[in-house]
Design a protein around this ligand. Structure first.
Ligand SMILES: C[S@@+](CC[C@H](N)C(=O)[O-])C[C@H]1O[C@@H](n2cnc3c(N)ncnc32)[C@H](O)[C@@H]1O
Length: 401
């Protein structure tokens, strides 16, 4: 080993120790086994092209492969998110685990958690990614992890059933194979996209279906292949996009652009704005015609669209009008008050519907962890129950407590 190699190893060891401490401090790591796995697996060996400080940054992904437009197809996921998901998965020694979406690092962490008596299989749809993961795993001493090239929509039957399945790409749906390949008391941790927002959900088997034990907001590269999401997008103007996966929602680009040209109108709910994750889930399930409004930083900085649209905000859309959530400081009570910005001829009617939901949520459901999410597989029911969203392989149903 050269002097440079020695100092790289020392730097990486120090950065890794800092990373583990910070993941603890930020409550991403909450258990001893997960801390031990992060402390031992050399993360930089799975990102050999990246500078050490990027490889060990808590919240950064490391690019692995991009499409022809420069969008990420594969990345090494951020350490913070990996820690959160491994805690959600509650992996024990001796378990059999399937990881969907490969890179090598997360599979190595899982191998540490299951130990020598456990089995880890990682599957990816992309040959380059599988080959790279294989090389990194062998190089870092995790030759026992199995790598498979396949579209995970059909599952990986050879090693099934699995005690845990961890999905590391944003899934729009839950194909039957993932439930079928879980043991009776198995757990599926999946970044599931519901009406445009992705949450990492820990689901346990519940009869034929699944019931959530925890959920956290998460961002992932999209699932490719058979299970890829089919969304419609309206590009309203540079940096403003409205998108939806709900076939019933009208997306009339010209009329919505005209709506944005009409003066903005603000309406205030008088209700508190906080716990945005639960609020957004509630809104997207109850808005009669729900889409998601995204705006670039330049457009937000120009004051044309509210900051809430930077990461995407639930929007209520009609043929010619649009309304979306905003907030302002509440000087009387502290914190924030929720409100609505609306444009177009039906601005008032849309704002009225939106405000009712903001108030109802604040009165009845404003509580961290208030949602229980179920996945009920099977054909579409003749009428969709309240609080649910139709998928290809079943419905996502949410109850509030
Ligand atoms: C965020 S990366 C995986 C990160 C990895 N788990 C790690 O250790 O950091 C997501 C991966 O999912 C893969 N993927 C997307 N759709 C897939 C599918 N249908 N089946 C299997 N893999 C898929 C992509 O090719 C990509 O490599």
């Amino acid at each position: 080993m050269t002097a440079t190699d020695n100092s790289t190893v020392r730097d990486a060891d120090a950065l890794r120790a800092d990373m583990v401490r910070a993941l603890h401090d930020q409550d991403a790591i909450t258990s001893e086994p997960v801390a031990a796995a992060f402390a031992v697996v050399p993360r930089h060996r799975f990102a050999p092209e990246a500078p050490l400080d990027l490889a060990y940054d808590l919240h950064s992904t490391v690019p692995v492969k991009k499409d022809e437009n420069g969008l990420n197809l594969s990345v090494m996921s951020a350490a913070h998110l990996q820690a959160v998901m491994l805690e959600q998965a509650d992996i024990k020694p001796g378990m059999k685990v399937l990881e969907i979406g490969s890179g090598g690092y997360n599979a190595a962490l899982i191998q540490e958690l299951v130990g020598n008596d456990g089995v880890v299989t990682t599957v990816d749809i992309d040959r380059d990614v599988v080959d790279r993961a294989r090389r990194c795993l062998d190089d870092a001493g995790y030759g026992q992890v199995k790598t498979v090239l396949a579209d995970a929509e059909a599952g990986v039957p050879d090693d099934a059933p699995y005690d845990r399945i961890i999905v590391t790409a944003a899934a729009w749906d839950i194909p039957p194979s993932w439930i079928k390949e879980l043991t009776g008391n198995g757990r599926l941790v999946v970044p599931l996209t519901v009406r445009g927002t992705t949450r990492s959900i820990a689901f346990d088997r519940d009869g034929e279906g699944l019931i959530s034990r925890s959920y956290r907001l998460a961002r992932f590269v999209p699932m490719q292949g058979e299970g890829a999401a089919k969304e419609r997008k309206a590009l309203l103007r540079d940096g403003v996009v409205v998108q939806t996966d709900d076939e019933r929602v009208p997306l009339n680009t010209k009329a919505l652009n005209q709506a944005l040209d009409t003066p903005r109108r603000e309406f205030w709910s008088g209700a508190a704005y906080d716990l945005p994750d639960e609020l957004e889930l509630y809104l997207t399930l109850h808005l009669s015609s729900a889409a998601r409004l995204h705006a670039s930083k330049e457009i937000v900085d120009s004051g044309f669209v509210e900051t809430s649209a930077l990461l995407g905000v639930p929007a209520l859309v009609s043929e010619d009008s649009i309304a979306y959530r905003t907030r302002r400081e509440n000087e009387d009570t502290g914190g924030f008050e929720s409100g609505v910005v609306a444009h177009g001829p039906q601005a008032e009617a849309l704002a009225d519907e939106y405000l009712k939901l903001l108030r109802r949520w604040a009165e009845n459901h404003r509580c961290r962890g208030a949602a229980t999410i179920r996945f009920l597989p099977g054909p579409a029911p003749s009428t969709l129950p309240e609080n649910s969203v139709l998928k290809r392989h079943g419905i996502v149903a949410v109850s509030w407590h």
